[in-house]
Design a protein around this ligand. Structure first.
Ligand SMILES: C[S@@+](CC[C@H](N)C(=O)[O-])C[C@H]1O[C@@H](n2cnc3c(N)ncnc32)[C@H](O)[C@@H]1O
Length: 220
């Protein structure tokens, strides 16, 4: 869309952005990278504001960090909180891909190996808050006991998403949120299956939101 047209529309209709969106800055209306999704990012900003306002205790985390593009917003939104970053930093594991192929969830062929811990930490406004959990999830949880105020699950595949819900939901503080990206992505059908399997079994409600590829939001 033509940038000037959007600006004229906002000015003409005296479009007032909610306070947390003002914090985002109008520029992001134009510059949110497609893979992050404007709806997901703005929903995240609003929920982060709820977490801060209500003083929800616990750390924050992302499973499936890749090059840190969403993680850097989590780091920025919670400058007082520890941020756990879980990834192989080497792409999908063969074990998980075999599950995908056996159930026809996805080919699991996307390559996410062009990243590194240094590249991710270099994008963070508060790198000192980051605790890197490099390796296969859930093995990388070994010995970790913490509670969480916000978690992003963005690992694309059935097995890590299901294991992520099993670990994080019971440790999510009341008033906290979990995002599960790709809930409506037909190219990664295992994500929806993992969310529905876990949530049905545990009686956990969730809300799908309409960012590109879809995100399911769990509130506790
Ligand atoms: C779509 S990418 C994440 C995108 C990222 N959230 C962003 O903001 O761009 C998926 C990531 O999940 C990671 N991943 C998938 N299964 C995993 C597992 N079992 N253990 C650790 N990391 C895993 C992959 O290595 C990959 O980096």
């Amino acid at each position: 869309m033509d940038r000037q047209l959007v600006q004229d529309y906002l000015d003409e209709h005296k479009f007032v952005l909610e306070e947390p969106m003002q914090a985002l800055g109008r520029e992001r209306l134009f510059y949110v990278p497609v893979h992050l999704g404007y709806v997901r990012l703005c929903t995240f900003e609003l929920l982060a504001e709820e977490i801060r306002k209500n003083n929800i205790a616990g750390a924050v985390a992302e499973l499936g960090v890749y090059r840190g593009d969403f993680a850097r917003y989590i780091n920025e939104a919670f400058p007082e909180k520890k941020l756990y970053l879980f990834d192989t930093f080497n792409g999908f594991s063969k074990k998980d891909v075999l599950v995908e192929q056996a159930h026809d969830y996805s080919p699991g062929s996307q390559d996410f190996s062009d990243t590194s811990v240094e590249l991710v930490l270099g994008k963070m406004s508060k790198p000192g808050n980051c605790i890197i959990k490099k390796g296969y999830f859930p093995d990388s949880l070994e010995g970790l006991e913490d509670t969480f105020a916000f978690v992003s699950l963005d690992a694309d595949l059935y097995q890590p998403i299901f294991e992520g819900l099993k670990y994080f939901y019971p440790r999510l503080s009341k008033g906290g949120f979990i995002f599960i990206h790709d809930y409506n992505n037909d190219e990664y059908k295992g994500v929806k299956k993992a969310v529905t399997d876990y949530c049905k079994d545990q009686g956990v409600p969730f809300v799908p939101i309409c960012d590109p590829w879809g995100t399911a939001v769990i509130a506790k």
